[in-house]
Write a protein of this length. Structure first.
Length: 79
């Protein structure tokens, strides 16, 4: 979704585009082993940012349709 935009933004920012659990090319644990809720996916993103020691970021969610998948399709810009 952001493939063409990322190189332009990378001129002034560190750009992070995580592949969230169960989406894209990431592993997709069974529903028995992972509860796919907005809260759990948000915790994964928070853990991702903490592991990289990112304390400031701008979050750009996907399309304006605000569907769950679009909201979780995120682009992070870090100063």
């Amino acid at each position: 979704m952001f493939r063409n935009l990322m190189p332009l933004l990378a001129r002034n920012f560190h750009v992070l585009a995580p592949d969230l659990i169960g989406f894209g090319n990431s592993a997709a644990p069974s529903r028995e082993s992972f509860e796919y809720t907005f809260e759990n996916l948000t915790k994964n993103v928070a853990g991702f940012l903490a592991a990289l020691k990112v304390d400031q970021y701008f979050l750009k969610a996907g399309k304006e349709t605000r569907s769950f998948k679009d909201v979780m399709n995120c682009l992070f810009l870090c100063p």
